[in-house]
Design a protein around this ligand. Sequence first.
Ligand SMILES: O=C(O)CCC(=O)CC(=O)O
Length: 269
Amino acid sequence: MQFARINDVTIHYQVIGAPADRPVIVFINSLGTDFRIWRDVVVRLAGEFAIVLYDKRGHGLSDVGQLPSSIEDHATDLAGLLDLLSVKNAVISGLSVGGLITQSLYQRRPDLVSALILCDTAHKIGTAESWNARIAAVEKNGIGSIVDAVMERWFTPAFRRPENTAYSGYCNMLVRQPVEGYLAACAAIRDADFTEAAKTITVPTICVVGDQDGSTPPDLVLSTARLISGARYEVIRDCAHIPCVEQPEALTTIIRAFLASIPPGEVSP
Ligand SMILES: O=C(O)CCC(=O)CC(=O)O
């Protein structure tokens, strides 16, 4: 396990492969998850790419940090981690709130970014009303009270079978996130709007979404792709909000094809 102190926050991270030798992909996890969600994609891509994984603040083994925190704070954490690792021109792959952090990083530190994989995310996620209602519910009754509703958005009925041990494991992952970290991330998502910023993206970008995503549905992700000049758009079948868990092979195939289409030299090293 690796830990770094960045912006007064202990950040848990992992580096696989040598960033100096290969193109680097950075994976950012979603709300209520830690970086283990990327495992089945990482095992497929390791060897071809160097991979950086980390738990965003308030999740996994990273500190919650000072509250409140914004998407920009998350992007500053990631910039600090990449500076520490001497990584530039990385491919940044963010899932949902991770995609908001990806867009913020691009605005703040374009030198760190060569291409974007926006996975089940958007320029703006949800409404102030929906986030305030979720925050109130969790403050009153804890994360456990919203698990069933969240899982209906995260996973298809086929994955949510009671006998699927992975399903019960991801329920555990959600309820075991620090409640104050979860609430801070909800408020940060509520307050983030990249509608104008998305129009300024000029690096190669792909927007990917599960066909049954209940959190950031295909129409929303398509509307984001339409804001970004030249962005590609791919829908993964039989998949909801977390394709790295539910359809890792399909997501890996899309990532490989996307990165193969970028002219050599545009992606680090
Ligand atoms: O997954 C995220 O990072 C935010 C989007 C969301 O609301 C996920 C969920 O349905 O819990």
